[in-house]
Write a protein that binds this ligand. Sequence first.
Ligand code: AMP
Ligand code: MG
Ligand code: MG
Length: 214
Amino acid sequence: MAESSTTLLKPQIFDYLLVLDFEATCDNQTKLIPQEIIEFPVLKVNPVTLNVESTFHRYVCPQVHKELTPFCIELTGIIQDMVDGQPSLQEVLQEFDDWMKQEGLLNEGVKFAFVTCGDWDLKLMLPKQCAYFHIKPEDYFNQWINLKRSFSDVTSIFPQGMMPMLSQLKLKHQGRHHSGIDDCKNIANIVIELLKRGYVFKYTGRLKQPVHST
Ligand code: AMP
Ligand code: MG
Ligand code: MG
């Protein structure tokens, strides 16, 4: 059990909270079409023990804008060598599904929910890229928890982003901002703090209809 008082922990709806934070190709001048995921990290948080039980982490090779922009490298810390030769999104989605199975997350009766900072990752980024490449994402990506809404339930403040949430909760920022894996660790720390304050996580968003390519 993680440190400090856990007396406020409440029974949860979900057996596991899967903290996810994509990084994607970007530029400061133009909007890249398609925008493509280049880092795919997920932390499996046990809301009873407050431990991170497992990590899935892959860099993903972009297929269209193969060359990362200087802006993107500067923002994310992801350099060209980290994506060159890495699997495509389609391959990583398969590896991720294998990991979900290995972790017992797809077993009957096991309940999990993705937690993201904002709605962008699962409402826009993944569905749009999948539509562009004619990939059918697994249905488990269709619902998620926007941590900003959870945070707002607890504090009555709707936050701009991860950094304001950390400072409001007096949690130290760890690692590099906009590194997907470091963002996941910081988001997980916010999740754990809300659990310690007795928050019961619930879904905040779902896809109304899958995004289809035209
Ligand atoms: P984040 O999870 O906040 O690190 O951001 C996810 C992705 O959103 C990044 O990998 C970028 O593709 C894009 N992004 C974030 N911040 C910016 C920004 N200031 N300008 C352009 N794109 C951004
Ligand atoms: Mg993010
Ligand atoms: Mg990030």
